[in-house]
Design a protein around this ligand. Structure first.
Ligand SMILES: OC[C@H]1O[C@H](O[C@H]2[C@H](O)[C@@H](O)[C@@H](O[C@H]3[C@H](O)[C@@H](O)[C@@H](O)O[C@@H]3CO)O[C@@H]2CO)[C@H](O)[C@@H](O)[C@@H]1O
Length: 751
């Protein structure tokens, strides 16, 4: 055994085990049958750790490492590893020697003690993945996504294991195609591994799911605060063309008083699908169009695919060829695949120089008035190949070394998103960039928001939006959404209404639909759908302060914005498998209708008291209820003592100065809330230019004591008036704010 500054290295005649103690609760395990160095992928953001104190005890058969929270036992014979808590209760242990190497793969077997497995990022199907076999290989899956769809666009080789006694996470830091058998093959063990690369995983212990997610994102990084406008409603279609149609859509939103912040331009804005060009026939006057959109308060996001059309007269292709920036085949010849523009080449984003070149290509776009970039087809997808991507033996260069596509594939999109984000940051250094991506790997939250690709206009896909987005959130990516209304197939009035009712509570809210399908704007399905859409989109804008506070928490702790009930109520066993309800933050429970012709649904309310958001009716938790949901109502519940922040809705973010924040306090003995405020655009907050408020209350015998405390003050232009609205309190005799009695009818703070 060798003691290192971070942990230990142990060898037997066949292999080496390197164990690093990265925190009291995070242990990195690297097992190899060769003399090689551990290789972290792009997923790991953290480069330095505050190595905690740990003790080391070597015995005849084993080695014991102990931190403040964990004991790690290593069997000196087979180098298997067990993780125990301080009371010697096993959290997780290798099964029959643990790691196995073979010609085709490397895998690790673990004893199966877990009741549930969550995470795994973007996977179709339900919330709990126990008993399933999953694979990770970024894939453009155009067919219906359902329980049997194994591969989708993004890969997160991360899961959370949980039983009544323990919660932990495992992140397999390996970018090759990976697999996870969570008890399908056996009831005795589960295993995970990859078809290549190393057995390099991080064991992440946590008091509960929350702490595991916090620790996992401590490693893989957290989303930084997005510009406030991307929290608004966004309208997309493949494709809005010509420019007159784009303007017409924009004007209609304003005429019909339906809030909207963003319009997307899909592939038809380009000249022959050549990236970084404009179609001169259909977008003749695109600068003028962008100007007019800006005047109406719209932001514009354009699609940018990785495929560069093979055409020597086209500057991006010519430069790429001349500089040798494209991915090469196994013979070292530039690889050509078929995508939208026909024959195309793919920039090797793994190279820093290529990323810089690509980032600079956005300069003109941004100067002309484009506000955000949508990276699509970045698995990378290639048409008409059996694998739907480029050959696995294609060559990329990473840190000066050749690596094959089979290693680069799953991380390609992260490097592309990095190129885009860094480019936007160079162009406008003090403006928060917005990048949307379809493909990605763990850690993608540091570069881009994501959407779940080509779903269909089906009730099944409305339902699936929930478990998918919830598991993505548990996998460190809080900023996610689905194509609202469904991408492929015709949506209809009822489906659109029900989808909007659910989606306004998802972090990323974009309606998107495919070419040849029925129009999918909020007014495309008649007056009823239009009115209900307006009502809910306005509600989204009303709730923006609450939502932005959740983005702030996500940026600090990595917590999901859209949470499964088990995230907040892990002790309540009934929550463990619920996937068709979710929490927006910890105060608001959303139970969408996801079946046709349904005006009622069963809702489970966890521990505590809950108030029907619409009627105020009180419900006791830990029970199921059949609740009414006529077509214009999505069942919503606020928890006892919950606090919701609202503001006046507007047509787009920044339309009007927000002069007042409404703080709704729902009856309870007490409640707490953290409110964050900044300019919603720049990075000034990193220099302390933001405000942070602690809001709380205590209530007893008709008397309520409200605390409103600015614990950080830095943003002078912040809202000055905070009005408290007391919900569900029967008789209020006395109201105090910060210890001072105030008039019950004028419950407010003016700063
Ligand atoms: O930019 C346009 C849209 O591109 C994406 O969706 C496309 C998807 O990625 C492609 O694979 C393709 O699907 C074809 C499919 O692969 C093929 O087997 C055949 O069935 O025809 C399909 C249709 O051509 O087309 C999709 C678009 O229709 C992206 O996900 C969308 O958001 C973009 O709007």
């Amino acid at each position: 055994m060798i003691k290192t500054s971070e942990g230990i290295i142990v060898r037997n005649e066949k292999r080496k085990l390197e164990l690093r103690v990265l925190s009291d609760k995070i242990i990195n395990v690297f097992v190899s049958d060769k003399e090689e160095k551990r290789k972290d992928t792009i997923a790991i953001e953290r480069k330095e750790y505050d190595i905690p104190k740990f003790t080391l005890k070597e015995e005849l058969e084993s080695i014991l490492i102990e931190t403040n929270s964990l004991k790690v036992k290593i069997d000196k014979n087979d180098l298997s590893v067990s993780f125990l808590d301080k009371n010697e209760s096993i959290i997780n242990e290798d099964y029959k020697g643990g790691v196995k190497f073979s010609e085709t793969d490397v895998r690790c077997y673990k004893k199966l003690r877990e009741d549930h497995f969550y995470g795994f990022g973007e996977k179709a199907g339900y919330l709990d993945k126990k008993g399933e076999r999953l694979e990770m290989w970024n894939t453009d899956e155009f067919m219906t996504h359902n329980q049997t769809t194994k591969l989708l666009y993004e890969s997160y080789p991360f899961f959370i294991g949980m039983n009544d006694y323990h919660t932990y996470g495992i992140f397999l830091d390996n970018s090759f195609r990976s697999f996870f058998d969570m008890g399908q093959e056996s009831q005795e063990y589960y295993f995970f591994g990859a078809y290549g690369g190393q057995m390099n995983y991080y064991f992440i212990y946590g008091r509960d799911i929350k702490e595991v997610v916090e620790n996992y994102t401590y490693l893989t990084g957290r989303m930084s605060l997005p510009p406030l406008w991307v929290l608004g409603y966004q309208q997309s279609r493949y494709s809005y063309t010509p420019q007159e149609r784009v303007l017409k859509i924009a004007k209609t939103f304003r005429e019909k008083d339906i809030p909207c912040d963003v319009i997307y331009l899909d592939i038809d804005y380009m000249e022959g699908y050549r990236v970084f060009t404009w179609n001169k026939d259909t977008f003749k006057n695109y600068k003028e169009m962008l100007k007019q959109l800006k005047e109406m308060g719209f932001k514009v996001v354009t699609i940018v695919d990785p495929g560069v059309k093979r055409d020597y007269d086209y500057h991006v292709y010519r430069e790429g060829i001349e500089k040798g920036y494209f991915v090469k085949d196994k013979y070292g010849i530039t690889y050509v695949g078929k995508v939208w523009p026909g024959e195309a080449c793919f920039p090797d984003f793994l190279q820093e120089e290529v990323r810089y070149w690509w980032g600079e290509k956005h300069r003109e776009f941004i100067k002309d008035g484009i506000d955000g970039i949508w990276n699509d087809m970045n698995e990378p997808a290639v048409f008409e190949t059996p694998t739907k991507t480029m050959p696995e033996d294609n060559i990329h260069i990473l840190d000066g070394e050749k690596i094959l596509h089979k290693e680069a594939h799953n991380v390609y999109a992260n490097y592309m998103a990095m190129a885009t984000r860094d480019g936007l940051l160079r162009i406008k250094p003090n403006e928060r960039p917005f990048v949307l991506t379809r493909a990605g790997f763990s850690g993608i939250q540091r570069y881009a928001a994501m959407w779940t690709g080509d779903n269909k206009s089906l009730y099944e896909h409305l339902l699936m939006m929930m478990p998918m987005l919830i598991n993505i959130g548990l996998s460190g990516q809080p900023f996610a959404g689905a194509d609202v209304g469904g991408f492929e197939g015709d949506c209809n009035e009822e489906l659109f209404i029900r989808w909007i009712e659910a989606a306004i509570f998802t972090p990323f809210l974009r309606v998107h639909s495919a070419i040849g399908t029925k129009d999918q704007e909020p007014w495309s399905f008649g007056k009823k759908a239009e009115d209900i859409s307006r009502k809910y989109i306005k509600m989204r804008y009303e709730l923006l302060p609450y939502l932005y506070d959740l983005f702030y928490i996500a940026s600090q702790k990595g917590y999901p914005i859209m949470r499964p009930l088990v995230f907040e109520y892990q002790d309540d066993e009934n929550t463990h498998k619920i996937y068709d309800e979710f929490l927006l933050g910890d105060n608001l429970l959303v139970a969408p209708i996801y079946l046709p012709s349904k005006e009622k649904r069963e809702v489970y309310l966890p521990k505590g008291i809950w108030y029907d958001y619409w009627t105020g009716k009180e419900f006791k938790g830990e029970s199921y209820y059949l609740v009414d949901a006529p077509i214009d109502i999505v069942p919503l519940f606020v928890k006892k003592g919950g606090i919701l922040l609202k503001q006046q809705p507007q047509s787009f973010v920044g339309e009007k100065e927000i002069k007042e924040i409404i703080i709704e306090i729902y009856k309870g003995e007490e409640g707490h809330y953290l409110h964050y405020e900044d300019d919603g655009k720049s990075f000034d907050y990193t220099k302390g230019i933001y405000n942070l408020f602690e809001i709380g209350f205590k209530y007893q015998g008709g008397k309520i004591d409200i605390k409103f405390d600015r614990i950080h003050s830095g943003y002078e232009k912040g809202v000055k008036k905070y009005k408290f609205v007391l919900k569900n309190f029967d008789e209020i005799e006395e109201v105090k704010i910060n210890g001072k009695k105030v008039d019950k009818e004028k419950c407010e703070v003016i700063l």
